[in-house]
Design a protein around this ligand. Structure first.
Ligand code: OOG
Ligand code: NI
Length: 463
């Protein structure tokens, strides 16, 4: 039920992501440099391909092309995760997918809070990749206990943010003044604090357990650790970063460059070493450094079915078995070539991707289809007869292997710490206080609904 008294959740999210972007540009000037580079490359790409620009104009709004698509935080406790879910629900962001990163040596598991449904994504696509630290993966009992105590003593939300979440839940929304206050209160949770809540010795012990543990436990809040605009040419931005004085991670994560893009390609500039201060027992501060914050870019392609995803995972596995990208970028070109070669078996035209059941598509009636009066037919015949067209559904989620690569390259170069653990979605959902949406089921539902909308020319619509 919509209510005029309330600001739409989409509007609150749009305001929140714009406020966060401004804050982050100020906090991390290199991020401002990345944004300017992305804007320039997007403008060049559009100018060089007017037809592409026209198509984009029809589906996306061009003036928002390089606005942020996602950001990420790392939380310390189940209570923080559960409260974050309630905060983000006020902005129309819901947990989709479960990502286990322990397999890649990162002691977290994660979900992505995001708008669900095309209209909401179009209004503002902002997502928050949210990880929960797995303290159970700290081997040292004493350290684990101390880390848990430090986390239990902090409250990452302001009292006013908590109050406004309760109000929004009770009333079903927030009025204009409350929505504005909500955004400014919630932003506080994501702000950077250069004063740690631990001393240098504890910081070091946490770092030794895992640098990520130190990042989560040592500070007052879960600072936003990156934001990610959309680029129309990820390879070009990657190549140009050094010229702008920013250091890209060694390789672009995800599939190779293709005519028909699949899933998600992403890269980042490496996290900066920033000055911080550690507490001392006598009330003075000791200076040190911490490396956590960076900037990322993404380029999305078609959402794959479980069959397509299995093929993707297998081919990526082949490439990585042949060559592991080195952190210093020394074999980046060989990796790119190996990746391209490994993906040869993945069809690179929409028709084959569709008929082989590898990707999700939306189906719609063409003008001829809308005018058709003759007898009904099956969907393949209708496509051949030009009555129905199909378009790829964009992948709106994340990839665990890529996420692990993003994490690793931003934890500093000596971050190859290993963990033995497995996924634990049940525990994650218990801590979250809700189930996460299954991304495959979600894309399949969009596809089915679009087929259903074509029933005018179809003889039977399969469930
Ligand atoms: C999150 C890394 C994952 C992505 O785009 O895959 C991520 C983090 O570093 O906290 O954001
Ligand atoms: Ni990211």
């Amino acid at each position: 039920m919509s209510n005029d008294r309330f600001v739409a959740a989409d509007e609150i999210r749009a305001s929140f992501s714009a406020t966060m972007s401004a804050m982050y540009r100020e906090e991390v000037p290199a991020y401002g440099t990345l944004i300017r580079l992305v804007d320039a490359v997007n403008a060049e790409t559009l100018a060089a391909a007017p037809q592409f620009a026209e198509r984009l104009k029809a589906t996306d709004s061009l003036d928002r092309i390089s606005c942020e698509r996602h950001g990420a935080i790392r939380l310390g406790t189940p209570a923080e995760l559960a409260m974050m879910r309630r905060v983000l629900a006020v902005m129309g962001m819901f947990p989709v997918g479960y990502y286990d990163l322990s397999v890649a040596g990162v002691p977290v598991h994660s979900t992505a809070f995001r708008p669900i449904g095309g209209a909401h994504l179009n209004r503002n696509p902002f997502r928050l990749f949210t990880s929960l630290l797995r303290l159970d993966l700290i081997a040292d009992d004493d350290l684990r206990q101390q880390a848990a105590e430090i986390l239990a003593a902090r409250d990452i939300f302001t009292p006013a943010a908590r109050r406004l979440v309760e109000k929004a839940e009770a009333d079903g929304g927030l009025c204009k003044a409350d929505a504005a206050r909500f955004v400014s209160e919630v932003i506080e949770t994501f702000r950077w604090h250069d004063r740690a809540i631990v001393d240098a010795r504890m910081y070091e012990r946490l770092c030794d357990a895992h640098r990520l543990i130190a990042d989560v436990v040592s500070f007052r809040g879960p600072h936003i650790n990156h934001l990610t605009p959309r680029t129309l040419d990820i390879d070009k931005v990657q190549t140009r970063m050094p010229r702008e004085g920013i250091t890209p991670k060694a390789v672009v994560e995800g599939p190779p460059a293709r005519k028909c893009p699949i899933l998600l390609r992403q890269t980042s500039f490496k996290a900066l070493e920033e000055a911080v201060e550690f507490s001392r027992a006598n009330g003075t501060w000791e200076s040190g450094t911490h490396t956590a914050r960076f900037g990322e870019i993404e380029q999305r392609g078609i959402a794959l079915t479980p069959k397509g995803r299995a093929l993707y995972d297998r081919l990526l596995g082949h490439a990585r078995a042949a060559i592991q990208p080195a952190a210093d970028g020394s074999n980046a070109e060989e990796y790119r070539a190996a990746l391209a070669a490994a993906f040869e078996p993945f069809p690179d035209d929409w028709a084959n991707i569709r008929t082989q059941g590898l990707g999700y598509f939306t189906y719609s009636l063409t003008r001829k289809g809308r005018a058709a009066t003759a007898s009904k037919m099956d969907i393949e015949t209708a496509i051949e007869a030009g009555l129905i067209r199909f378009d790829p559904i964009v992948y709106e989620d994340f990839l665990p292997v890529s996420a692990a690569g993003i994490f690793q390259s931003n934890l500093g170069d000596n971050a190859a710490q290993q963990f033995v653990a497995g996924p634990n979605q049940q525990m994650f959902e218990h801590d979250l206080g809700a189930a996460v949406l299954d991304e495959f089921a979600h894309y399949a539902k969009i596809e089915h609904a679009s087929i259903d909308d074509c029933r005018h020319v179809l003889d039977a619509v399969a469930a």
